[in-house]
Ligand binder design. Structure first.
Ligand code: MGD
Ligand code: MGD
Ligand code: SF4
Ligand code: MO
Length: 693
């Protein structure tokens, strides 16, 4: 028997981007383990990906192309050949391309984070055909924009330094579930004496293990950060030299922060003034002692109306105390801008037909946009949708509308998938895609600083093909013969990073394939000497760019769309705030169909505070209906004070068809967008809850 180890990468939308060792025996992948030598992976994988072979060889894998025979959404298909699939697609797309190419829309996100199987060949195709652009906002744009206004570039503390921090604020994140290898470093810091504080409306797995948990109301983080600024300034817990040299607008910031005394902040956030004061003192005194404080800002803070501003406000804090002076200090939201990606080379935007109109559709409002008629404002109705690396019917907000759109008989939908997901049920043509074990890819990450190579470990299962190959075939079928549609996956990977950029001067695909990973050439403490990426080169407390964009140029508080304080009329009918953050054993909606992982999660639950439950006659284990004007879904009650008073928590994202009522939390979420970046507001949702009859 021949046994080899193949160097690969976890493809999932997770900041950890682990280095994998795949054991292959006689052409079969038999084990997936963490690379023990990779500094952040350190030989450890999460439960989900340790079970990767179970997903790859799952009996339900899509293994050949199919076409729909039942009604849309019914999920009835028959097998066809690749030739028939391609000719059906070409027959639909060619007339649209000739007459109104904007009626063609891609829909994709981060099913794989690979730069090759993500947006390379696919985007070349959509550019060439002149399709609508998709604004990929569903996760991180609000915070990304808010962070950039302040810090200028989406970089921050290197996770490999975190064990040296003395104070760690875990702000809107649950790393035990969603950023495991950061949590490992936090544990090391704790052993070195660091204090850990979680800021989260929910006592998550992580909050439970911190020294302190501040359970503020959802969507009020921006106010808490303003309160911290107020106390830092009032009590002079500042690094005046750092402020003078490396920041812009301190005097204006002082005026603004003066409006946010701890009592006001406490009433907005639903916490005590002492909590605000103590948090600020802990943070400021750490700086005064010359010790590193680190804020891991995560996605929990940005899925609300003022999510961009919340991230911006928090991003101001390390410059006030000089925390950036320390390699282990500062803040990390994402490391994505550290990677000099050669996006233009991979995606070839120049292929877009000159002179043709352009249009961008926001993926977070796909529900509304699929239901729009042609109009001078909107342009042509969406008539062809090509979905890959995403499961919008489960993950996009206001699901009732998303499903109505996907159910349109006059919409031609192609889905590239591993499995027959909720979205795949609506496909006209369903195409089998390869998994990470079956194709080549190269990865950047958003949680560490390594370029990562994925070598194929096994041959494609059945007739599955990589996304790139499927788009090569579609391009050929509609008659595109540009040389760039013939490039191989290796040729694509070799162009992934710009070697002119100092961070990636050493990038070379053929050696990366062998070593598996290579660290970017990045300074240890990126902003110790200033050098921010903003127009002024400073950390911008005052941002002229924000003023120019019609935003408040100073840190501000933007209330949620839906909260008891901001919308009393709505709260009368729907008094509970609902959040639906990731479940530990799923990755967004991926893995929900892996039996062993679903067994661990059980069934869809809703955590509800004992007092809120008692008022509604709800007991642990009762079946609940969760509803608002947008829709409803069912879940089993878990009566627990992990959810603060007034909050319900439905860990997500369930496949609808694997939930008892064919629905999930996105039935009740809204399509309203964040203050910046056009992001979704999943955690800005009021609901009512009742016991099912
Ligand atoms: N196991 C697992 N890992 C994942 C994912 C997954 O689905 N499962 N998803 C991946 C993806 S796509 C992403 S974007 C990341 C997300 O990474 P994280 O942001 O770390 O996501 P969560 O684990 O949901 O942590 C969000 C926390 O924010 C809290 N929260 C909700 N609203 C608010 C608020 O208004 N303020 C504050 N302060 N906290 C709030 C929630 O209670 C939750 O505990 O994780 C990635 N990793
Ligand atoms: N209620 C609620 N909704 C949310 C969130 C929340 O916290 N609460 N989180 C939001 C966030 S942060 C995100 S990032 C989005 C995530 O939304 P999505 O990016 O849509 O993530 P997944 O649900 O994991 O779906 C990815 C799909 O891609 C497929 N896939 C994986 N690899 C490949 C491949 O190589 N080729 C092809 N063709 N397909 C592949 C997988 O099988 C899977 O079905 O969801 C958002 N929705
Ligand atoms: S999902 Fe995250 S923690 Fe799990 S193996 Fe992948 S990168 Fe690592
Ligand atoms: Mo995400």
């Amino acid at each position: 028997m021949s046994s080899t180890i193949v160097k690969a990468v976890c493809p999932h939308d997770c900041p950890d981007t682990c280095a994998l060792h795949v054991t292959v025996e006689d052409g079969v992948a038999t084990a997936v383990k963490g690379d023990p030598d990779h500094p952040t992976t350190a030989g450890v994988l999460c439960t989900k990906v340790s079970r990767y072979t179970e997903r790859t060889y799952h009996a339900d894998r899509l293994l050949y192309p199919q076409k729909r025979v039942g009604k849309k959404g019914e999920g009835k298909f028959v097998r066809i050949s690749w030739e028939e699939a391609m000719s059906s697609i070409a027959e639909k797309l060619k007339p649209l391309a000739a007459d109104r190419p904007l009626s063609i829309l891609p829909y994709s996100y981060a099913g794989t984070m690979g730069l090759v199987q993500g947006e390379s060949m696919a985007m070349r195709f959509f550019h060439k055909i002149g399709a609508s652009f998709l604004d990929r906002t569903i996760c991180a744009t609000a915070g990304g924009v808010g962070y950039k206004y302040t810090v200028g570039t989406r970089m921050g503390t290197d996770v490999e330094q975190v064990q040296h921090a003395r104070l760690i604020l875990i702000w809107g994140g649950n790393p035990i579930a969603s950023n495991l290898h950061f949590w490992t470093r936090v544990q090391a810091a704790k052993r070195n004496g660091a204090r850990l504080i979680a800021i989260d409306p929910y006592r998550s797995l992580t909050a439970e293990k911190c020294h302190q948990h501040i359970a503020l109301l959802p969507g009020t983080d921006a106010a808490l950060a303003l309160g911290m600024m107020h106390v830092l300034i009032r009590d002079d817990l500042l690094d005046h030299d750092y402020i003078a040299e490396h920041t812009l607008g301190f005097d204006l910031l002082c005026e603004r922060a003066a409006d946010w005394p701890p009592e006001r902040v406490a009433s907005v956030c639903g916490i005590t003034a002492e909590e605000v004061i103590q948090l600020a003192r802990d943070y400021g005194e750490c700086g005064k002692r010359g010790e590193a404080s680190m804020i891991r800002m995560n996605y929990g803070v940005q899925r609300v109306h003022g999510g961009g501003m919340a991230v911006r406000n928090i991003a101001c804090l390390p410059a006030l105390t000089g925390a950036w002076r320390h390699a282990a200090g500062g803040t990390q939201l994402t490391t994505s801008d550290a990677f000099p990606k050669n996006t233009a080379g991979l995606q070839k935007p120049d292929l877009f037909p000159p002179g043709l109109p352009r249009r961008t559709i926001n993926m977070s409002t796909i529900g509304d946009d699929l239901l729009r008629e042609s109009s001078p404002d909107f342009g042509p109705r969406v008539e062809a949708l090509i979905v890959y690396n995403s499961n919008p019917v489960a993950v996009a907000p206001e699901s009732g509308k998303v499903m109505q759109g996907f159910a349109r008989e006059d919409l031609f939908t192609v889905v590239l998938e591993h499995f027959q997901t909720d979205t795949a049920d609506y496909a006209d043509i369903l195409l089998p895609a390869t998994t990470q074990l079956e194709h080549t890819d190269i990865h950047s990450t958003y949680g560490h600083l390594y370029m990562m190579a994925n070598n194929p470990a096994i041959a494609p299962l059945g007739e599955a093909k990589p996304n790139t190959e499927i788009f090569r075939l579609i391009a050929r079928a509609v008659g595109f013969d540009d040389a760039c549609f013939s490039e191989t996956d290796d040729e694509l990977a070799a162009q992934a990073f710009n070697t002119q950029h100092v961070h990636a001067v050493h990038f070379d695909w053929s050696s990366l394939k062998k070593t598996g990973w290579a660290k970017l050439n990045v300074a240890e403490a990126p902003f110790a000497q200033g050098g921010f990426g903003t127009p002024s080169g400073k950390c911008e407390f005052y941002s002229a760019s924000m003023a120019a964009a019609g935003l408040d140029p100073l840190p501000a508080y933007i209330a949620p769309y839906e909260s008891v304080a901001s919308n009393a009329e709505l709260a009368e009918r729907y008094p509970l705030a609902m959040i639906s953050p990731p479940a530990r054993n799923f990755l967004n909606s991926t893995f929900v169909n892996v039996q062993s992982l679903r067994d661990t999660e059980g069934e869809p639950h809703l955590d509800i505070h004992p007092q809120d439950a008692a008022e509604r006659g709800i007991a642990n284990g009762d079946k609940l209906r969760v509803f608002n004007d947008r829709g409803s879904f069912e879940a089993i009650a878990r009566v627990t004070d992990k959810a603060r008073l007034g909050l319900v928590v439905g860990l997500s994202i369930w496949w609808k068809k694997l939930a008892g009522d064919n629905k999930n939390a996105n039935e009740v979420t809204s399509q309203r967008l964040t203050d910046m970046g056009g992001g979704p507001t999943f955690y800005d949702t009021l609901v009512q809850v009742e016991k099912c009859a």
